[in-house]
Design a protein around this ligand. Structure first.
Ligand SMILES: NC(=O)c1ccc[n+]([C@@H]2O[C@H](COP(=O)([O-])OP(=O)(O)OC[C@H]3O[C@@H](n4cnc5c(N)ncnc54)[C@H](OP(=O)(O)O)[C@@H]3O)[C@@H](O)[C@H]2O)c1
Length: 262
C-alpha cells in the first residue's frame, strides 16, 4: 500500500472529485481513500479507469457504512460499492466504524469477501486497542490496516496503545484527518518548525506521520494544496523535533470518538 494517499471526504461527486484525483495522480499520489458514506465512489472509479496509470499501480480504498453492518448487509453493501466504483476489484475494504454488537458478524462477511478475492485486503477503521483485541480473538483473517484519527495533537495513551498493538500484530496504521482539518496552522510551535524546515505546517504534519511509520491520507480539492501536501519527500524532521511534535498531544479529536462505543 502506498504510504501517501488522497482523502476525498467532502469532495463532491463529479468534477470536484475527478479533478482532485487527476491532480493528485499527476503529483505522484497512488492511493485514493473514499467510502460509501462520502457518496463519491463513482467519481473515484471513473478517475481510476480514465487514468493512464496502470490499475495495478493504483490503490483504491472504500469503506462499509455503519447502517450496513451485519453479515448479509455487509455483502450487499460491498456489491453496491463495487457497482458504484465500476472497478474489477477494490484494493482495501474497511469497516468504517466499530458498530456495537454487529461488528463480529460484519467481519465474517469481510472475511468472505476477502476469500472470494473480490478485494485485495480487508481492514478496519476507528478501532481502538480493545476493539482490535476483540477482533483478533475472533477472526480467521486479521485486518491488514487500521485507519484512525492520528496527528501530534491526538497521540495520547489510548492512541499509542492502539498503535503499539497494530505494530505488534503487523497491522498498518493509517492516519486520517492528519492535517487536523487545518485547525492548527496558527499554532506557534508548529509554525516555528515549518519555518525552520522551510516547509508549511501541513507538510510538517504529513511528514510527521510518514516518519512515525504510518500511512497518511490528507484531503484537499485544491490543486496547490494537493501538490503541497504531497511534497514531503525532500526533507527529514530531526529526532529532537519529532520529540517536540510528539509533545503537542492534547487528545484533540476533529472526528469521531470511538472510545464512546463500548
Ligand atoms: N475512517 C474515518 O472515519 C475517516 C474520518 C475522517 C477522514 N477520513 C479520511 O481521511 C481523509 C483526510 O481527513 P479529513 O478530510 O478529515 O481532514 P484533513 O486531511 O486533516 O484536512 C482536510 C481539510 O484541510 C484543508 N486543507 C488541505 N490541505 C491544506 C493545506 N495544505 N493548507 C491549508 N488547508 C488545507 C482542506 O480544505 P480544501 O479541500 O479546501 O483544500 C480540508 O478542509 C478524509 O478525506 C477521508 O478520506 C476517514
Amino acid at each position: 500500500m502506498p504510504a501517501l494517499g488522497l482523502g476525498v471526504y467532502l469532495a463532491e461527486e463529479g468534477n470536484e472529485c475527478l479533478q482532485a484525483i487527476n491532480w493528485a495522480l499527476k503529483d505522484g499520489y497512488r492511493l485514493i481513500d473514499t467510502a460509501a458514506f462520502y457518496e463519491n465512489e463513482q467519481s473515484v472509479g471513473q478517475a481510476v479507469k480514465e487514468s493512464s496509470i496502470p490499475r495495478e499501480e493504483l490503490f483504491v480504498t472504500t469503506k462499509l457504512w455503519n447502517s450496513d453492518h451485519g453479515y448479509d448487509k455487509t455483502l450487499r453493501a460491498f456489491d453496491k460499492s463495487m457497482a458504484e466504483a465500476g472497478l474489477d476489484y477494490i484494493d482495501l475494504y474497511l469497516v468504517h466504524y466499530p458498530v456495537e454488537n454487529l461488528r463480529l458478524d460484519t467481519w465474517r462477511a469481510m472475511e468472505q469477501i476477502s476469500k472470494e478475492e473480490r478485494c485485495r485486503s480487508i481492514g478496519v477503521s476507528n478501532y481502538l486497542s480493545w476493539h482490535l483485541q476483540e477482533l483478533l480473538d475472533n477472526c480467521t483473517v486479521p485486518p491488514a490496516v487500521n485507519q484512525i484519527e492520528l496527528h501530534p495533537y491526538c497521540f495520547g495513551d489510548e492512541r499509542q496503545k492502539t498503535v503499539e498493538l497494530c505494530q505488534e500484530k503487523e497491522i498498518i496504521v493509517q492516519c486520517y484527518s492528519p492535517l487536523v482539518r487545518a485547525r492548527k496552522f496558527d499554532h506557534p510551535e508548529l509554525m516555528a518548525l515549518a519555518k525552520k524546515y522551510e516547509k508549511t505546517g501541513a507538510q510538517i504534519l504529513v511528514r510527521w506521520a510518514l516518519q512515525m511509520g504510518f500511512s497518511v491520507i490528507p484531503k484537499s480539492v485544491k490543486q496547490h494544496r494537493i501538490q503541497e501536501n504531497g511534497d514531503v519527500f525532500d526533507f527529514e524532521i530531526s529526532g529532537l523535533d519529532m520529540e517536540q511534535l510528539n509533545g503537542f498531544n492534547v487528545d484533540e479529536l476533529v472526528c469521531w470518538d470511538p472510545s464512546k462505543t463500548p
